[in-house]
Design a protein around this ligand. Structure first.
Ligand code: ADP
Ligand code: MG
Length: 625
């Protein structure tokens, strides 16, 4: 018999698995049982659509048998089985489902998170077994085959005499070592506990011969052991159970069992709707951003069941993009089993469910925000960006769903605040919701444009995400208050102390015209500033495109070279203004030099590139000598 090598990648993963110090070796059983359950699902599904098969519930089960003497653990199922090719393909390769791409980026990982997360579940058997034998007979096939491997250097496949359809897996349990106890995986009580913990909701009975003791007949104090087959799992799927009967741990277990993620979800949402369209759903908001969330491989979607039978594992129509981080499942009795992806998109029931789910998630997030601010902020750090994209996308179609969920850093509170909180703090004479854009909060804090506003007690929202300003433009206003960038033309503030700016502007018209000529079309105008306090200059914009938007748009591939209409603003109360006036009278060349310097300084403050850095440094030197 020829020994087949595992595919190279599989081999590496296997080694990792076998040598891993994974603390929960017990999960191997969950993996094997859920494979068995999947295999029974498949035959069940076939029976529903194929009249020549009948599905007799009693003949579908999973059986676990431990044999201490021979150190074997046998798991048998009456599922769909595997052909020779399937044994080869399914158990000979791991390179499915992006697990390898991930692994390359995370070489240092010792396999902890990888197990189960990517459908490499079967191999976890090698954590506890020296050798694994899989005998299987596929539905509709005459022959049965046996796959055998000791995990390290490959596997063999030969004919087997298994005569019933299904699969039998025999694990040769490892000997105890000094550090590790493997005997426990042959102990009845441990196996019972593991199955209850992880596989309670498996829809098919998981049977085991359990030892009990009973009084010997005719005797009061003598007992005898006897064996009795028991079903170890409760079988009712968690989503059919009553919310009040379930503990947070049970939801968490379900989340892990389903491989939705390896973190602890921030929140679970259990929905049972008994209206025109009946459905149950369990949704989770993860705590951590899934590792592949921002990669091409990531697919949003919920598992979709029809009366308990899985029909699609990532139904994307059930979730809007901005809630793509939500994991979970939906089960409806009102969906047909024989439904294709194309038909599904048109399906009225499904649309109804999707809309329901969307609103429910929104409400749950709102209550999280209200009741557990810390948790919400944790969530927002991970997925807030997604919500902001949601406001912007599809021409703002869902902006009203999302606007109350947004948060931005506040100059006043020094933490994230909601728009509602901002507006509730606005004084009567405050017309606008002010915001400032920049790379970091620290940088924004130092922006000259925020000085006067802050000084006068106005709260400013800090926008540090590319998407922020675009989202806000789409929103246009919040509770009828318009958004206003601190750099935009008219800030709408009273100018008591600044009342003289207009006259300054008039008096120095020629100076400003001259400066404008020096800068030519780099700026639209040069003006006296109303927003500066201690800084000599800043840039503001006139029109729809802000400086931050210019940066973002120009960083995109095939950009249109969009330019903001910039205005150079001069602080009339700064000493520099006097120098400008003097040089306008006495030395025009100097004025040109100063103008260029000030303009370049303003660019630097905005984080914009200087067109000619060499000229800029030369200019500085000219001033120095
Ligand atoms: P996953 O279950 O995520 O696909 P596994 O490594 O657990 O990954 O299993 C690999 C594949 O082997 C399964 O997809 C299935 O096709 C096949 N398989 C495993 N166990 C069984 C079984 N008991 N009956 C039928 N097929 C099985
Ligand atoms: Mg599996």
């Amino acid at each position: 018999m020829i020994k087949q090598e595992f595919k190279a990648e599989s081999k590496r993963l296997l080694e990792m698995m076998i040598n891993s110090i994974y603390s929960q070796k017990e999960i191997f059983l969950r993996e094997i049982i859920s494979n068995s359950s999947d295999a029974i699902d498949k035959i069940y599904y076939k029976a529903l659509t194929d009249d020549s098969l009948s599905f007799n519930k009693d003949s579908y089960y999973i059986k676990v048998v431990a044999d201490k003497k021979n150190r074997t653990l046998k798991i048998t199922d009456t599922g769909i089985g595997m052909t020779k090719e399937e044994l080869e393909h399914n158990l000979g390769t791991i390179a499915k489902s992006g697990s390898l791409a991930f692994k390359k980026d995370n070489e240092s990982k010792d396999g902890h998170d990888i197990i189960g997360q990517f459908g490499v579940g079967f191999y976890s058997a090698f954590m506890v077994a020296d050798a694994v034998t899989v005998s299987s007979k596929a539905l509709g096939s005459e022959d049965a085959y046996k796959w055998e491997s000791n995990g390290t250097d490959g596997y063999t496949i030969e004919s087997s005499d298994k005569d019933s359809v299904g699969t039998e897996i025999i694990l040769k349990i490892k000997e105890n070592t000094e550090e590790e106890n493997y005997d426990e995986f042959l102990e009845e009580y441990r196996l019972k506990a593991i199955i209850k913990k992880y596989s309670d909701f498996i829809r098919y009975p998981i049977k085991m011969d359990v030892t009990s003791s009973r009084p010997i007949e005719g005797s009061d104090n003598e007992f005898e052991d006897y064996q009795e087959e028991q079903v170890l799992n409760s079988m009712v799927p968690i989503w059919r159970k009553n919310k009040n009967e379930l503990t947070p741990e049970e939801y968490e277990n379900f989340y892990n069992e389903k491989h939705y993620g390896f973190d602890k979800p921030i929140k679970h949402i259990h929905i049972s709707v008994d209206g025109t369209v009946r459905y149950n759903a369990i949704l989770f908001i993860p705590e951590k951003i899934p590792f592949d969330y921002y990669s091409k491989e990531f697919e949003k979607g919920l598992e979709l069941y029809s009366s308990g039978v899985l029909i699609m594992d990532k139904c994307s129509d059930l979730l809007p993009d901005y809630f793509s981080f939500v994991k979970g499942m939906v089960d409806s009795e009102d969906l047909s089993l024989n439904i294709s992806r194309e038909i599904l998109q048109q399906d009225k029931q499904l649309k109804f469910i999707a809309k329901n789910i969307k609103n429910k998630i929104k409400r749950e997030l709102e209550s999280l925000l209200k009741d557990d601010r810390d948790k919400y902020e944790e969530f927002y750090q991970s997925f807030g960006r997604q919500l902001k994209f949601g406001v912007y996308n599809d021409f703002g179609q869902d902006k009203d769903v999302l606007k109350d969920l947004l948060m931005f850093y506040s100059s006043k509170e020094k933490k994230l605040v909601t728009l509602d909180e901002y507006v509730s703090r606005m004084s009567e004479d405050q017309k606008y919701i002010y915001y400032a854009t920049g790379e970091t909060n620290e940088r924004i804090e130092k922006l000259p444009q925020t000085e006067m506003l802050s000084e006068n007690g106005f709260e400013i929202l800090y926008f540090t995400d590319d998407i922020d300003e675009f989202a806000i433009k789409m929103l246009m206003n919040y509770q009828e208050k318009e958004f206003k960038s601190v750099s935009s033309g008219d800030l709408g503030i009273e100018e008591d102390s600044q009342g003289n700016t207009d006259s300054e502007q008039q008096e120095n018209k020629e100076l400003f015209d001259y400066m404008k000529d020096v800068l030519a079309d780099k700026v639209k105008a040069v003006k006296v500033s109303k927003r500066l306090k201690t800084h000599p200059v800043c840039l503001s914009t006139d029109g729809e495109v802000s400086i931050e938007m210019e940066k973002v748009l120009n960083a995109m591939p095939n950009n249109q070279n969009v330019k903001a209409d910039k205005v150079l603003e001069i602080n009339p109360n700064h000493e520099v203004f006097q120098s400008l006036k003097d040089s306008f009278e006495n030395d025009k060349e100097k004025l040109s030099l100063y103008t260029n310097l000030l303009y370049n300084q303003a660019l630097l403050i905005e984080g914009l590139p200087i067109q000619d850095p060499v000229e800029f440094t030369n200019d500085i030197c000219k001033v120095m000598v």
